[in-house]
Design a protein around this ligand. Structure first.
Ligand code: NAI
Length: 348
């Protein structure tokens, strides 16, 4: 039976990278029925809505979406489609595995980190107003409910996948009430998981610690804004934004999307790296219970990087977006993945 999946190609490089990922996912032999919808400025032109009703209904029906990036206007205009979708479907957990690919030389080989970002509140609550001209307020909302829910998700993941350590990242020395509540919830949760080591680090120190020695961390648990910033920092450990996948999980639905944005500087040229959205597709295959197909795509991507002949410009190669996808599809025919898959717990 085909998996019904909502496809949100997005804009900028979104349609290019999602088309490549869709070709790769279909080449596994897993059957999909895609329901494709625009979002953001493109959707507004067609439907006069930034998130069309049809898109919302599709996600409610399929409960799974693969999404390309959507441009958000800066300092005005409509509010972020990504933030709205995460809130609308209560996708409280943003899951971002950071892991080196074979054959990609970086300053930090062997990084294997999991970032868990609270996805529904913090400063992303979007509660802003002008008090008087020249003075604005942005309100940071932290609740016990959301902080406990994300902490449980992180510790459950650690337990299920044999991860050893969770660090809650905060600024509770300054934001004593809001970040104080966040770490109190994670600390309380940690007591239910005595086999997993638990630590708390202040966010600015964490950035310094990360670039000094990323290996000291295993899983990072962060409120929304810190998770956003630290994810991009960690992406640089493994080769950049073209590589790092992500998933937004709620209790009812999941939306899979890369960490990167719409990259307007390279959009429309066919040179964007589709690895991040393809690896988001691997996470989606796992979510759909297609573990064999997920492992096959994982090791096909690894083998393209190991070989190094068909990689995109951001990674020092010359391949176009579609040439990279062709190479992954060819590598999917290999059989080496099964033995490797048994030795590893990292999803991508
Ligand atoms: P960006 O991630 O789009 O680009 C940052 C840099 O990384 C650029 O130099 C870009 O060329 C490069 N890059 C990103 N993805 C790449 C890929 N797949 N292959 C090769 N190079 C890649 O970040 P930026 O410029 O801050 O944001 C652009 C727009 O994207 C903004 O409107 C922002 O709001 C939106 N955005 C959307 C997200 C989403 O839909 N989930 C997430 C992040 C940003």
């Amino acid at each position: 039976m085909a998996h019904k999946v909502t496809l949100i190609p997005g804009d900028g490089i979104g349609p290019e990278v999602t088309a490549a990922a869709v070709r790769i996912l279909e080449a596994t032999g897993v059957k999909f029925e895609w329901e494709s919808y625009a979002a953001g400025a493109d959707a507004y032109e067609k439907y006069h809505e930034y998130i069309p009703k049809e898109l919302t209904e599709s996600v409610e029906r399929t409960r799974v979406a693969l999404k390309g990036p959507v441009t958000t206007p800066i300092g005005g205009g409509f509010s972020s489609i990504n933030v709205q979708l995460r809130r609308q479907f209560e996708l409280f957990c943003n899951f971002r595995p950071i892991r080196n690919l074979p054959g990609v030389a970086t300053r930090y080989p062997g990084v294997d980190l999991i970032i868990i970002r609270e996805n529904t509140e913090g400063l992303y609550s979007g509660i802003e107003h002008e008090v008087v001209p020249g003075v604005v307020e942005s309100i940071k909302v932290i609740t016990e409910k959301a902080s406990t829910r994300i902490s449980r998700w992180a510790f459950e993941y650690a337990r299920k996948f044999g991860r050893k350590k969770v660090h809650a990242i905060h600024k509770a020395n300054i934001m004593k009430l809001s970040d104080g509540l966040f770490i109190r919830c994670s600390r309380n949760m940690s007591k239910e998981y005595p086999e997993i080591s638990y630590g708390e680090h202040i966010v600015d120190n964490t950035c310094m610690q990360l670039v000094t020695n990323p290996y000291q961390y295993d899983m990072l648990l962060l409120e929304n804004l810190y998770g956003d910033i630290v994810s991009d920092l960690c992406a640089a450990f493994v080769g950049g934004l073209g590589l790092v996948p992500g998933a937004n999980f709620g209790h009812e639905c999941a939306i899979f999307e890369a960490v990167h944005g719409s990259a307007p500087d390279i959009a429309g040229r066919g040179i964007a790296n589709p690895t991040a959205v393809t690896r988001s597709g691997i996470l989606m295959l796992r979510h759909l219970g297609e573990q064999d197909a997920a492992n096959r795509v994982k090791y096909a991507v690894h083998s393209v990087y190991r070989e190094g002949k068909h990689i995109t410009r951001d990674m020092g190669g010359e391949a176009s977006t579609s040439e990279f996808a062709d190479a992954v599809i060819e590598a999917l025919q290999g059989e080496v993945w099964r033995e490797q898959a048994e030795r590893e717990t990292n999803p991508v």
